[in-house]
Write a new protein. Structure first.
Length: 121
């Protein structure tokens, strides 16, 4: 991702989700951190920080949220694990939906990934 593309994606994420920061790590990994994004109705908490990680050669971004989410049915989501990134604990979770970086924005990607928490599993 070029510096201009990085700036454009950060601007789009900021417009969609509010306070957003971005950083490029020495190994050319790009991180976007969204301070608070809304989770589907009924989830607890209703909002969570989100971390997006883009790695060179990786087909799709990775999305992480803060641990402690409860689904609308009152249970913890399945197929999750807590991973350390940048000295913080983040919840890694499984999700499946079509993704094409040439056709879809990171805003769309994050929105689709967070819909995973609307499922009762």
């Amino acid at each position: 991702m070029t510096d201009n593309e990085l700036k454009d994606e950060a601007d789009s994420l900021r417009k969609a989700f509010g306070d957003t920061a971005s950083a490029r790590e020495p190994n050319n990994v790009v991180l976007f951190r969204i301070s608070q994004a809304s989770l589907p109705m009924g989830c607890t908490p209703g909002r969570t920080p989100v971390l997006i990680r883009l790695q060179p050669g990786q087909e799709r971004p990775e999305v992480f949220v803060k641990p402690g989410i409860t689904l609308p049915n009152g249970v913890a989501p399945r197929s999750t694990s807590v991973v350390p990134i940048g000295g913080e604990s983040w919840l890694q979770f499984s999700y499946t939906f079509p993704w094409d970086a040439k056709q879809h924005s990171l805003v769309q990607f994050v929105g689709a990934a967070l819909l995973r928490f609307a499922k009762a599993d």
